[in-house]
Design a protein around this ligand. Sequence first.
Ligand code: KG4
Ligand code: ZN
Length: 344
Amino acid sequence: MKILAIETSCDETGVAVLEVKNGKFKIKNNLISSQVKLHQKYGGVHPSLAKREHQKNLPLLIKKVSHNKIDLIGVTAGPGLDPCLWVGVNFAKDLAKKLKTPLVPVNHIEAHILANFINRGLSSIKFPAVCLVVSGGHTQLILMKGIGKYRILGETRDDAAGECFDKIARILGIGYPGGPAVAEQARQYSLKIKNLKLKISLPRPMIHQKNYDFSFSGLKTAVLYDFKNRKPKERRSKKYIQAMCHEAQQAIIDVLIKKTLKAAKNYKAKSIILGGGVVANNELRKQLEEKTEKEIPYSKTYIPASELCTDNALMAGVAAYFNRGKKKNWKKIKADANLRIDTK
Ligand code: KG4
Ligand code: ZN
């Protein structure tokens, strides 16, 4: 089976072609056109500019992949930015009509989870699983009883974890996207010998609460207050920026790990599955793997390769494959910015 997939939910235009052969996904093309440079000056994604870029880039990417013998088209239908999603959905509908191919709408959160099947056998992951999806737009803990069986256990009440990284980077003036910028400054801090280190303490919001919800907007505010209380010379110093990035990153990681492991223990998860742009963070990957191994050795951690954590069409193709039974009349397919993953 050959699948063509389209992703335009946020600021990356993605087109991928993959083949399912001998129980594995074989990557034929995985093209991404990033808009990072365009959104840099806003410190976040500007929806109408993003829409315009998708309209410009999608036809260019489609031209670069083979349309030969496509059995199925998958398109991200939501959640995401409404004007951006519609570009992909409308394009996919036209293409499905032209190629006379079935079209499957894909849930972006499910796609982030199913990215873990790329380069792995189709039945390699054991259930129940607890999934943590953390990106610029979403932070959700999900109980997965099998493919297609999801229940949201908790989610952010305000900012997403990636959004928090992006806003902190903006306060500190270290660039966009914030995640990789904060991670690099934090890494520099870790390299320093002990006595040169400046200590900063930030809160770990909701870490001791019984629920599986998150809140990151207070953390960003705590960073802002600390920043404003420092003298201009100090807050522009490398020493301060590195110490702040280290502490902010660790605060986010602590909360994410604590709640994920609590859910995994509670639901006796055989697998912990990670997905979303924030999972590209090396410290999060390392610390979560170490803690899982120590505290719940019966649970196996699945983390996609870093480049498959951030938005791409390949994962939409994988999700389309698993949802191939749900192919719809393309005329009825709609984008839904608030699409939920819950099946019960
Ligand atoms: O999944 P994604 O590409 O787009 C959305 O669906 O939102 O995630 C983008 C987010 C951004 O907020 C970015 O700052 C964050 O992922 N991110 C990271 C890292 N790389 C990307 N956050 C922390 N550490 C990273 N290394
Ligand atoms: Zn995403």
